[in-house]
Design a protein around this ligand. Structure first.
Ligand code: IFM
Length: 470
């Protein structure tokens, strides 16, 4: 066994691992990475002047987090960051995608800056560069300063301007060392789960507030891009969306119509303004009086050209006009989150985006699975996660075959971490975290990813020397 550990190989996995079989064809400079986010791993919730975020507050709401946990310690990454960077370097990845905690940098979202917060991220960025890893920085992965929520959070247009100030400050301090800056991670999640269903922070239940929040998130993205470019930012700039192909549960007219509307709410509500400077009519009709207030020029600002688009993909979405779809009906494997394993959906999605929109180069900025891992004698044999990742890498390669311009793939997640309303029970990491001792252990998926990347890099070198010899 090449990787020195036992796995049940599926056909895809066999193909990807076996040097004698054709490997997935990924472009020469394809960027391989791992991803995390600040609130999910950092801990140190009040250290060195950090202010509270909406998630610190939300975690205190009884029943909001399944296991009653919070982000006070998480993976203690604020203290263990050097060890974690060594771990990342050991995997042989090209890039690390991480986010900054806005309230660590500006504790109340407006007013004084916290130099110690900026210092922390500067050390992190320099540590990555010293190890030869490209920093992919996200400005907003959901942990809004709680003080801004007091005045409405993302439902208040003022937050847009506070975000631009924050983006500028980060760029001034470290922008020249960053490979790519993402404005927002998954605006759909922040708007819909945060302001409409209320199952995520800030826990508001208002469709109108959610629609307004989504508009402000998009507007702040466009304004930040313009402002960063004006101040000479050299990093690639983009946004990250959570997307899925939406399929009807049956061929009935009602199910099909429902699928079109859900696709509008999830995908076109974000892609249309970003790439066509308009909101989709069917979703505007559905929202009626809850549609957002859009000022003159907003849509043109939102459609400011980007250097890249990030796509976070986990599964497909199946919808029925009769209510929620039972994932177990399809007979597909289902992860510990209750999400179907559906790699072909990733190819379908990427090809559709390439076909329907003038997209810049795309990245899969998150992909991975939560599974019921067993830690036994210092090992985690997570064959299900290995299979999941391998199949999705193949799905990216298939999209490239069909002409889609893909620049990278990042595994979610480097570490087991705080999975939002699910707390610590759901484990997405390719590295196991023992939350009692903070010991990190590479799971089989991390060992597999490392071997896979070694092989990819060896292939690139071979191609280069062939080209030189030719
Ligand atoms: O853990 C999250 C991440 O923060 C955003 N994308 C989805 C992941 C899994 O739910």
């Amino acid at each position: 066994m090449r990787a020195g550990f036992e796995l049940n190989f599926s056909n895809t996995l066999m193909r990807i691992f076996d040097p004698l079989s054709p490997q997935p064809r990924l472009p020469e400079n394809f960027v391989w990475g791992v991803a995390t986010s600040s609130f999910q791993i950092e801990g140190a919730a009040t250290a060195d002047g950090k202010g509270p975020s909406i998630w610190d507050t939300f975690c205190r709401v009884p029943g909001a987090i399944a296991d009653g946990s919070d982000g006070q310690i998480a993976c203690d990454h604020y203290k263990l960051w050097e060890e974690d960077l060594d771990l990342i370097a050991g995997l042989g990845v090209d890039a690390y995608r991480f986010s900054l905690s806005w309230p660590r940098i500006r504790p109340t979202g407006r007013g004084a800056w916290n130099e110690k917060g900026l210092d922390f991220y500067e050390r992190l960025v320099d540590g990555l560069l010293e190890r030869g890893i490209k920093p992919y920085l996200t400005l907003n992965h959901w942990d809004l300063p709680d003080a801004l929520q007091a005045s409405g959070g993302w439902a208040n247009r003022d937050t847009v301007h506070r975000f631009v100030e924050y983006a500028n400050a980060v760029d001034k301090r470290m922008g020249s060392r960053i490979a790519a800056i993402t404005t927002h991670n998954e605006p759909w999640v922040m708007a819909v789960l945060g302001y409409e269903t209320g199952i995520f922070a800030p826990g508001i239940k208002s469709r109108a507030a959610a629609a307004q929040a989504s508009h402000h998130l998009l507007l702040s993205h466009g304004l930040a891009l313009q402002s960063l470019r004006e101040q000479g930012c050299k990093a690639k700039l983009g946004i990250v969306l959570n997307l899925s192909p939406v399929q009807p549960a049956s061929e009935t007219a009602a199910d099909k119509a429902q699928a079109v509307l859900e696709d509008g709410k999830l995908l076109r509500w974000y892609m249309d303004p970003l790439f066509k400077a308009s909101y989709p009519d069917d979703v505007l009709r559905y929202l009626g009086a809850d549609a957002p207030v859009v000022c003159a020029g907003d849509l043109q600002t939102i459609a400011t050209p980007m250097d890249f688009l990030g796509v976070n993909y986990y599964s497909r979405s199946v919808v029925s006009a009769d209510g929620p779809w039972d994932v177990h009906k399809s007979g597909l494997e289902v992860t510990d989150m209750g999400w179907e394993v559906y790699p072909e959906g990733l190819t379908e999605l990427l090809v559709r985006m390439h076909r329907d929109y003038p997209v810049p180069p795309m990245y899969v900025t998150e992909n991975g699975g939560a599974f019921k891992d067993q830690y036994v004698n210092g090992r985690v044999h997570d064959a299900d996660r290995v299979r999941y990742i391998a199949q999705h890498i193949q799905a990216v390669a298939d999209a490239i075959e069909q002409g889609v311009n893909m620049e990278g793939y990042m595994v979610w997640s480097l570490l087991d971490n705080f999975e939002w309303a699910s707390g610590y029970a759901k484990r997405f990491g390719i590295v196991h975290v023992d939350y009692e001792t903070q010991r990190r252990t590479l799971k089989d998926s991390a060992l597999w990813y490392r071997s896979f990347l070694q092989h990819q890099h060896a292939e690139s070198l071979k191609q280069e020397s062939l080209a030189l010899g030719a």
